[in-house]
Design a protein around this ligand. Structure first.
Ligand code: TYM
Length: 351
């Protein structure tokens, strides 16, 4: 059976990259899949331990989920720290994964910077907790932006090593499930999760530099569109977005070597729910002085209602807390069902 899981960290403002890479896809999936959407508060203490407002930031992400249209009855919406089975499985995965796997993660290298010896052990083990988020529900599909691809490959490696290392016990206990791996049929306890990354804007780039991804840590606020920006701010940032002097090309190939133009076209397509080809067809040969205002209007039309709804929802923190509490109970029951089996597979004494 198919199950979607994804998560977002409760740090800083949400931006257009988070929306197009993740949130928009979460909403699209809820009609056809059983979905679990998490606010990964335990991940947010890996890079910075002390936060003044972790609870409010957690509520803000949950409010964004709801404001985008995720239904808390149909989906499970909760914050990670309420379900300690994530941490329990992460410990086991810390013993499955190899240090070398973690050292190769580009996000770790970026976040740890030059002084790697001084990064927290949690930052190094971050992908192991992420794998456990997904696999404690035995989720099969994970919608994310392109920057999370490497972490999801690692989750597959962890699942595969666990399945191999414990293959006999899994078979003896009858806990294996059949799955397809390429052409092959294999049996294992944990699924080899598929990332869902496709779409016209899998990697939204900075508005100031087409070679950097849009990110909450960029010091320039002009580099990103925040979900909380008002219409004026959105229009100003798009007007000031870096572009080259040429008009939009007549075909998709004409975007090659023009990262800023490519980024804006991808953003337009994702917001409009169309393809980059359709955007190029509509704006072929037009100047950015025409395209940018159209993009700004579209962005305001899509984002303004979300931020208004977020403000409405967070005005009643008790409501959000109730959603997360209820989601946490439902998530916890499922996670515990997996962990009972995992403890047995490993051979912990539970009697
Ligand atoms: P986080 O909190 O950094 O980002 C949340 C989501 O937003 C996507 N994203 C982007 N997509 C396109 N363009 C961008 N510029 C951009 N910036 C961010 C991210 O890819 C992500 O989908 N490790 C994860 C959180 C996590 C998780 C998980 C995700 C923890 N456990 C289990 C999936 C499944 C992270 O830091 O995302």
């Amino acid at each position: 059976s198919q199950l979607v899981f994804s998560g977002m960290q409760p740090t800083g403002n949400l931006h257009l990259g988070n929306y197009l890479g993740a949130l928009q896809k979460f909403v699209a999936l809820q009609d056809n899949y059983d979905c679990i959407y998490c606010v990964v508060d335990m991940h947010s203490i890996t890079a910075q331990l002390v936060h003044d407002d972790l609870a409010d930031q957690t509520r803000a992400i949950a409010a964004a989920y709801l404001a985008c249209g995720l239904d808390p009855k149909k989906n499970i919406i909760f914050n990670q720290s309420r379900v300690p089975q994530h941490a329990e499985l992460a410990w086991i995965f810390n013993c499955v994964a190899r240090i070398g796997w973690m050292n190769r993660m580009t996000q770790f290298k970026d976040k740890a910077g030059k002084d790697r010896e001084n990064a927290s052990l949690g930052l190094l083990a971050y992908p192991s907790l992420m794998a456990s988020d997904i696999l404690v529900y035995r989720a099969t599909h994970v919608p994310v932006g392109d920057d999370q691809k490497q972490h999801l490959e690692l989750a597959r490696d962890i699942a595969q090593k666990f399945n191999n290392d414990f293959s006999e016990r899994i078979a003896d206990l009858g806990y294996g499930v059949e799955m397809e791996m390429g052409e092959e049929h294999v049996s294992g306890f944990f699924p080899l999760t598929e990332p869902l990354i496709e779409g016209p804007a899998p990697r939204v780039m900075s508005l100031r530099d087409g070679s950097k991804k849009m990110s909450k840590s960029d010091p320039s606020d002009l580099s990103r569109i925040n979900l909380s920006d008002d219409a004026d701010a959105i229009a100003r940032k798009i007007r000031k977005a870096k572009t080259d002097p040429d008009p939009l090309p007549g075909d998709l190939d004409g975007l090659a070597g023009r990262p800023e133009a490519e980024n804006l076209v991808g953003i337009y397509a994702a917001l409009a729910g169309s393809t980059r080809q359709e955007v190029i067809d509509a704006f072929a040969g037009q100047q950015f002085s025409v395209f940018k205002p159209a993009l700004a209007d579209l962005a305001v039309e899509k984002l303004a209602p979300i931020s208004a709804e977020m403000r409405r929802i967070t005005a009643d923190p008790g409501f959000v807390d109730g959603v997360l509490r209820d989601g946490g109970e439902r998530a916890g029951a499922r996670a515990e069902a997996t962990m009972k089996k995992v403890r047995e597979i490993i051979g912990f004494l539970t009697a």
